[in-house]
Design a protein around this ligand. Structure first.
Ligand code: C5J
Length: 228
């Protein structure tokens, strides 16, 4: 017989690595990183860099389940999008010019200008849009704290714990989690709800996060989390 979950607001503990992770829903936020068409669908930024975006398709349904659980539990939900202003004034030339992509940030593509706010590609994949009352953070960098209001959002709501999902694990998810860890947040990464164009990088990131007694934070499976 499965035990019924504790009443709303009660502290919860989920099986995790390197040890159990405890949190209170009212002081915990879900941070869903960059579940955007530009990274997940063909024709966007991710594919322009030569990546096989098919690797990220499997993240969408677990990410939806994670968001649904967070809504049901009453967590603050923060959705981030990585993109730039149409005039590219917040895009460092080093970011735009590096490498040999098929199209660069700001160039036209099948989903509009690549990685530009307001274009279809920079939008959330269907089913992962914020609901009214949830927070949307538009970020120019890989980390969600750089040049955004995220610190203010979290401090003003008394948030101490962060649960992470999104893409890509070793780039924007890991960068943001490390930024959060340095700011004193207790961070948990949900294994099935994050993905990479390089599955081995995802696995390595999960291992790095929880190594050395949780040097960056914890990892847990979605199935364990949605039970608490
Ligand atoms: C990348 C991201 N990979 N959201 N962005 O450039 O991880």
């Amino acid at each position: 017989m499965t035990a019924s979950p504790p009443a709303d607001g009660a502290p919860r503990t989920v099986r995790a690595l390197p040890a159990a992770f405890s949190f209170e829903p009212w002081t915990t936020a879900l941070v869903m990183i960059d579940m955007q068409r530009d990274f997940i669908e063909p024709g966007g930024f991710g594919e322009s860099l030569g990546n096989d975006v098919g690797h990220l398709a499997q993240v969408v349904e677990p990410a939806k389940a994670l968001v649904a659980w967070a809504r049901m539990r009453g967590l603050l939900i923060v959705h981030t999008r990585e993109c730039h202003r149409p005039d590219l004034s917040d895009c460092p030339p080093a970011k735009r010019l590096r490498g040999a992509p098929s199209t660069r940030i700001g160039d036209p593509g099948p989903m509009g200008r690549i990685l530009i706010d307001g274009e279809a590609g920079a939008d959330f994949v269907p089913g992962l849009e914020p609901l009214p009352g949830e927070v949307e953070i538009v970020k120019p960098g890989k980390g969600a704290f750089y040049n955004t209001s995220l610190t203010h959002v979290l401090v003003s709501r008394g948030i101490t714990h962060l649960i992470f999902g999104g893409v890509t694990t070793e780039v924007c998810v890991q960068t943001t989690m490390r930024e959060a860890n340095d700011r004193g947040y207790e961070c948990l990464l949900v294994e099935e709800a994050t993905g990479s164009y390089f599955p081995e990088f995802r696995d390595a990131t999960l291992a790095m996060v929880r190594a050395q007694g949780g040097i960056v934070g914890w990892t847990a499976s979605l199935s364990d989390l949605v039970r608490v």
